[in-house]
Design a protein. Sequence first.
Lengths: 123, 477
Amino acid sequence: MSDTTRHFRIAVPELSGSGTALLVLREVKLPNNRPVTLRAYAVAPDSSRILLGSSGLPALAPEAKGSTTHPTLRITVTSGLQRWLEVARGATQVEIEVKAEVLPDTSGPIAWSVSGAELVPAR
Amino acid sequence: MFGTNEEESRRRFLQQVGVGVLGGWSLDSWAGLAPPEAVPLPLPLPQATCALPAHGAATAFRRDCRPIRPRQVANRLTSAEVDQLKAAYQAMRALDTSDPSDPRGFMQQANVHCVFCATDPALQVHGSWRFFAWHRAYLYFHERILGKLINNENFRLPFWGWDSGFPTLPQPYVTPNNTTNPLFNPTRVLAPGTALDPADIGPTVINDVLTLGSFDDFGGTATGSGTPENSPHGTVHVRVGGNMGFFSTAARDPVFYQHHATVDKLWSDWNKASTSHTNPTDPAFTGLVFNFFDENKVWRSITAAQVLDHENSLRYVYEPYRFWDRFLCLIWRLFPIDWRVTGRIVIPRTNPRLLEALKGETPIRLNVRGLELPRDRSAIYRIYASEAEAKADAGDRSPGFLGTVSVVLNDPDNRHPSRGTLNVVLSVRQGVRATLARGEAIQPWVVGGGDQKTPKRAFQLRAADVLVSVGTPEREQ
């Protein structure tokens, strides 16, 4: 799959007893004619990537024009974040990479954007 | 967004599809779309190829009185069940050519998803708490149509099962993998035998979803989606690819319905995972109205409230299932039997209807009112049709076993004893039916109440009154 990546450095939240956590992406703009999967990774101290979670977004239609901006996209990252916390003990910030993956086709890399990200405890 | 002519066109379109006003839908309520860009967006598809057949006012869905049956994982269907599944879809596809306007046809069914997911943002069912409820209702009516087409009211959709160890396309959908198979779709990118990525449907993903603590996070809110909508629901759509990758065409792939049955099962499993996993009670959610054609081509309305209890309301469960309710919806009619005079259960000869019911298969119950039992201790009591059976106390293996009654103290010291009347309903099984049908009397006895210090004891049942009720199947509405 071809992909493009966005990077964030965000604060690690105080989690409740259950440790359930969400990654919230803000103002995610995606084309209306290409299905996309966004994959979020936390960068470990040894620079390896730990998968936090994914978000799959079917497109409107193959012939649809323009793009759609999602005000927020939420991804459950509970287990992935716990794995990262085990190797990054004491860290107050985490570097996160968000990759946009599309199935191979003739349209080339996908043009997309995201304005911000934060980690929050689940409700 | 729309010019004058387009606004009128949009108004006619909304009237055609019967937008549910109780849901309070508006352009602002679909968080997945931002206000349009400067250049006016054309609708993704011409209305002629993504529209519903004309219809009149909706008839409200009332009750489903079919037996409860399980939806099974597709890869575990028997060959006969696979044949039936394929026959149903073959019949549905045949309508595409024999009567393209029939709302039960395969493309018409696919158009339902296109209309409500890829046309007007005001109709969009993704990106909010409508997602799970609307798709449950969509699958329900789709399932009933399939059953009707093969004359089998017990037909239930299979589910894919990617949540429970089946990561490849279900076998019936790829065997054979060509157009002779009504479950085939040529646009899929996911090849037969290729597993979905564990990052999308693995145990970690499923467990993270099932442990979400609120419906806000699981199913979404009025203005935002829950996380499972995007993962694993969305990631599977994208990975299967082809028609499945787009809202407008996703339901043109038959595996769409098996995918969404698995998504629906996820909702069911989340509700069962904890007593705190409750669905919203906000009338803005429960009052959402959805419209579909049913198996008789009747334009129906159904509310979100009516789909929350899929087992009793929509008559399906997901395997593994605990039990099947084999009884249809029943109306119970009570008949007095002179208990107060005789102290015995005997069917009066003057009630031929009741005697006739006893000879057949009609469900019969005993309604015991004001049952007298010791209320000074917590205990379990068993009721039998005779003294001998009560003293033998063989439980439900005994032909005269009528049922069990529990007495539970409000507090260990019984400082707040229950004062209400004890009323119980007991099923009448075959052995007892035969006795009563012969006009013979039965004298119920009770046994129980023992513990480590005191033995159980048997005594004649005493109650203020006993009536017999007969169940009559209720017509579906």
